[in-house]
Design a protein. Structure first.
Length: 278
């Protein structure tokens, strides 16, 4: 091999300056994101000191991360904190996590008790995503699939997930909901939803009274982590013609107990019971 060919091979096999700069930018962005998640909320000056990233670069990285909803700026305190896209990404991971294994026997037990469709769902910004279910075997039933995505404001699981958020996260999500009327019973404004969430929080469960689909209603309870925040919603869904409101309510205690058991398995030192107001 000639010297020229060695030189050409060396250039070909080496990352270009722009590639190295891009890689360095990614590393800095990850470092910055990790810092905000671990230590936030943080002001710009604090981030500049802790990250040792030049001011102009720090401005650019913060704006890029905010554009991707990985971080967010509180305009009042001028502090940066983690954004809800991180939760969405975590929710996608949860769809492949042990929570499905931990919850499976509870889904089966509730299905055997009610004869109806039982599901567990997680929050994905302004929607909920089903991560597991056991479907009713009856000819007329509420049919769903893993990965099914529904609005958070008109589903039982969505309402318990919202009710068990902290106030800041709840307000942020509610501020970004695009309300639409699916049935005459659908909640279509923030004031009515806030009132409903207060009720859900106090009673420890949520009812979807034909709010998403006419002829289908559900009851849901929260699965919580060690801080008492909901990480999933567990629900039983049934056709309204076959299941009265009283029968739906009769499954409440078993549903809440199942959600509490999954919470215990997920986080043995759960900080708040889903049976109690929070």
């Amino acid at each position: 091999m000639t010297e020229d060919s060695k030189s050409a091979e060396s250039v070909k096999g080496s990352p270009s300056g722009s590639t190295r700069r891009a890689a360095g930018g990614v590393v800095r962005a990850i470092h910055l994101l990790d810092l905000i998640v671990a230590e936030g909320p943080l002001r710009f000056a604090e981030l500049e000191e802790l990250s040792a990233i030049p001011k102009a670069t720090l401005h650019r990285l913060l704006n890029e991360l905010a554009d991707e909803r990985l971080i967010q700026l509180d305009e009042r305190s001028l502090t940066w904190s983690s954004g809800y896209r991180i939760l969405e990404m975590a929710n996608r991971i949860w769809t492949r996590s042990d929570i499905r294994v931990l919850a499976r026997d509870q889904l089966l037990a509730l299905n055997a008790l009610s004869g109806e469709t039982v599901q567990i769902a997680v929050l994905a910004d302004t929607h909920v995503v089903v991560i597991d279910h056991v479907e009713s075997t009856r000819s007329v039933r509420h049919s769903i699939s893993v990965g099914n995505r529904e609005p958070v404001y008109c589903t039982g699981t969505g309402k318990v997930l919202l009710a068990w958020c902290d106030e800041k996260q709840q307000n942020d999500i509610m501020g970004r909901i695009s309300f639409a009327r699916f049935t005459p019973n659908t909640i279509t404004d923030k004031v009515a939803l806030s009132k409903e969430l207060s009720k859900v929080s106090q009673q420890g469960f949520a009812i979807d009274a034909e709010e998403r689909f006419l002829g289908s209603h559900s009851i849901a309870a929260p699965v919580v982590d060690s801080t008492g925040r909901a990480i999933a919603g567990l629900s039983i869904t049934a056709p309204a013609f076959r299941t009265s409101e009283d029968e739906l309510a009769s499954w409440r205690d078993s549903l809440i107990a199942a959600a509490a058991e999954i919470s215990r398995r997920q986080a043995p030192r759960t900080g708040a019971s889903p049976e109690s107001p929070h």
